[in-house]
Design a protein around this ligand. Structure first.
Ligand code: ARG
Length: 288
């Protein structure tokens, strides 16, 4: 009698396909992108940037989202605001309510009104101008949707802890403060990638021991990133629940995500990394 052996092709089978949902994103083209000042360790003031290259990389990111079935809206870039390409910092939107941004550094301050104006013109009726410094989705990462949504809220470099209570009140979400300690990971979205309503990837070393404990308790199954992948901004990723758009050099992280049934979508944003940002920084999710 011949034994029925498992098909070797299935032995390493992935978990069943993860489901994804169409998203709406807001992006700002790098028309005026430059590295004219240094407000994070990735930026070396005066570094030449190839704007044509930045634009083609940014456009490839935009087209990737369209190919994945997402909607992309565009906010007009403003001359004199070289960091405006990092749209994630422009607001936090949950259930159609827009919590505007307030930037820590004067060089970016005027971006807040440019983003808030876009939302008002797009007929978002609830646009709240914040009292405290918050750099939008750079530090306020929404996990899950609807009344169950939780905001992981970074602080230590940019967003003020006082902004956390404001975000909870305005957006009606539970807020979980997480303290960042490494200046290279100055925004939460450089140290945490939200993959779906229950899964994140992160770099534990970017947080205080107390905050590490909070993350471990909430996300025991979290994907732990290799420091080398975080160091190419690999965690600055955008997930629709299934596809994870992430910086191409973060190859180990891509493999770890594939292992968990996600589909990594590597993208080259090397020119925009000169300003300290990756795919997530260039992408603001508009949650209706
Ligand atoms: N140069 C910008 C800054 O330092 C980069 C912002 C990156 N954005 C982000 N969401 N991490 O403010």
């Amino acid at each position: 009698m011949t034994a029925v052996l498992p098909d070797p092709a299935l032995a390493g089978a992935r978990p069943s396909a993860r489901s994804h949902s169409p998203r709406r994103y807001l992006m700002c083209p790098p028309t005026h992108f430059a590295v004219e000042y240094a407000i994070n360790p990735w930026m070396v003031s005066g570094t030449p940037v190839d704007r044509a290259r930045a634009t083609s990389q940014w456009d490839a990111l935009r087209r990737t989202y369209l190919d994945l079935g997402h909607r992309v809206d565009i906010v007009d870039p403003v001359p004199g605001l070289p960091d405006m390409v990092y749209a994630a910092n422009g607001a936090t939107v949950v259930g159609g309510t827009v919590l505007g941004a307030r930037f820590r550094h004067p060089q970016r301050a005027a971006e807040a009104a440019a983003y808030a104006g876009w939302f008002r013109r797009a007929a978002f009726w609830r646009v709240v101008e914040p009292e405290f410094v918050n750099e939008g989705e750079g530090d306020l990462l929404v996990v899950g949707a609807g009344p169950e949504a939780t905001i992981l809220a970074g602080y230590g470099f940019r967003t003020e802890p006082r902004a956390h209570g404001e975000a909870a009140r305005v957006l009606g979400c539970e807020v979980v403060p997480l303290e960042l300690v490494d200046p290279r990971y100055y925004h939460l979205d450089t140290a945490v990638a939200v993959l779906d309503a229950t899964t994140i990837a992160w770099l534990p070393e970017a947080f205080t021991p107390a905050s590490q404990a909070v993350v471990r308790e909430r996300f025991p199954e979290a994907v732990v990133a290799d420091p080398a992948d975080a160091a190419v901004l690999g965690l600055n990723a955008v997930s629709d629940g299934r596809h994870v758009v992430l910086p191409a050099p973060a190859t180990r992280l891509a493999a770890a995500l594939a292992e968990r049934g996600f589909v990594p979508v590597p993208i080259d944003l090397s020119e925009l990394r000169k300003g300290g940002g990756g795919p997530k920084c260039c992408t603001l999710e508009v949650r209706s």
